[in-house]
Ligand binder design. Structure first.
Ligand code: 5GP
Ligand code: MN
Length: 336
């Protein structure tokens, strides 16, 4: 859904302070789209602050503007003051306030004019202005299009281009998902024209592993991957002590869930890990198998058709058992 852009232009022409929020455990698209918008607004002369519910992986800390981000769980007082003063709040890369945890109630209580920019299905109706397209590969792509529609593309610079490219690159697994459109490549080309060093984004995000992270990957694939050929499905689980053994740091398990899908014929992959007292679930699929529906129905979550997540208040073994017991019900869909 795209609205009359002049309403947004009108709001931005006031001197209202702006807050930009994104979802808990921010990923590359969450931080890329938020910091791109932040860099753009700074260039435009609007005062803005990015607030995340919590911290994010080190491989996103190189994004321009990173040093100014407030984290609600550790910078609560400063972040709350910004929210109180805000006249406009941008909500990026989520569409359900529960994905913000504690920050969600602060946003709900605020009287600020709320703008949603997002590509997840089934948005909650909390925004005053929604720029929403489930066909878009990333929120970063939508931010580029929103700025273009505002007629202010000339204000994009190398810094905002770096953030936008990183958002698009990470949410499309480096331009390989079906969500990538011809225009995604045209946008990437425009970002490179702005001086965006594309190789640097790949290096900063994908070639900054620790030795332990690679060993965790090796251990996981060798010891912890269960392939259920009968269902074209696979499942991986990691306990808190296994994560500790490999000196787990935020972001270390990012992408693990994708590995089983590189086995010929696999349609569904699930990853379960013990974190912050719950079992965090990640689901990925290929083709028509809808993991958004599966996450909503069984894992207290949601997401996109081919990438979704959620959490369970069970033990790790119970969570895996739950998944394995669900598979027979999906047999026909998974064998298609
Ligand atoms: P990941 O598996 O990388 O954590 O998440 C993949 C996608 O699933 C995210 O982009 C997001 O759309 C969705 N997702 C992950 N966790 C949750 C959750 O707890 N609730 C909802 N509604 N969506 C989630
Ligand atoms: Mn996204």
């Amino acid at each position: 859904m795209k609205e009359d852009i002049s309403r947004l232009r009108g709001q931005l022409s006031s001197s209202k302070e702006i807050v930009i929020v994104t979802h808990r455990n921010p990923d590359g698209d969450a931080m890329g789209s938020s910091l791109a918008l932040w860099n753009f607004l700074a260039k435009r002369g609007n005062a803005a602050t990015v607030i995340t519910p919590n911290d994010y992986p080190d491989f996103l800390a190189w994004l321009p503007g990173n040093g100014k981000v407030l984290k609600y769980d550790t910078d609560t007082i400063a972040a709350s003051e910004k929210i109180l003063k805000a006249g406009i709040i941008f909500c990026l890369d989520f569409n359900n306030l529960s994905r913000l945890e504690g920050l969600g109630s602060a946003i709900l209580a605020s009287k600020a004019w709320k703008v949603l920019v997002d590509h997840h299905p089934q948005p909650e109706p909390f925004a005053d202005f929604a720029y929403h397209d489930t066909n878009s590969c990333s929120t970063a792509q939508l931010i580029f299009e929103l700025i273009s529609e505002l007629g202010e593309k000339h204000l994009l610079d190398k810094d905002s281009a770096i953030c936008l490219y990183t958002g698009i690159m990470t949410d499309t697994a480096s331009f390989r998902f079906p969500s990538v459109q011809a225009k995604t490549h045209r946008i990437a080309a425009e970002l490179i024209d702005l001086g965006m060093p594309h190789y640097l984004a790949h290096e900063q995000v994908y070639d900054t592993n620790t030795e332990e992270r690679l060993k965790l990957l090796g251990f996981t694939l060798l010891e912890k991957m269960q392939v259920l050929r009968e269902y074209n499905a696979a499942c991986i689980s990691l306990s808190g002590s296994e994560l500790k053994r490999y000196k787990f740091r935020k972001g270390d398990t990012e992408g693990l869930v994708n590995y089983p899908l590189s086995i010929k014929g696999m349609r569904l992959s699930a990853f379960f890990m013990e974190r912050d007292g719950v079992i965090k679930v990640s689901l990925r699929s290929k083709g028509d198998f809808d993991v958004n529906k599966m996450a909503r129905a069984h894992f207290n979550g949601g997401g996109h058709r081919n990438a979704a997540g959620g959490d369970l208040k069970l033990t790790l073994d119970e969570a895996v058992k739950k998944f394995l017991e669900l598979l027979p019900g999906y047999r026909n869909e998974l064998q298609k």
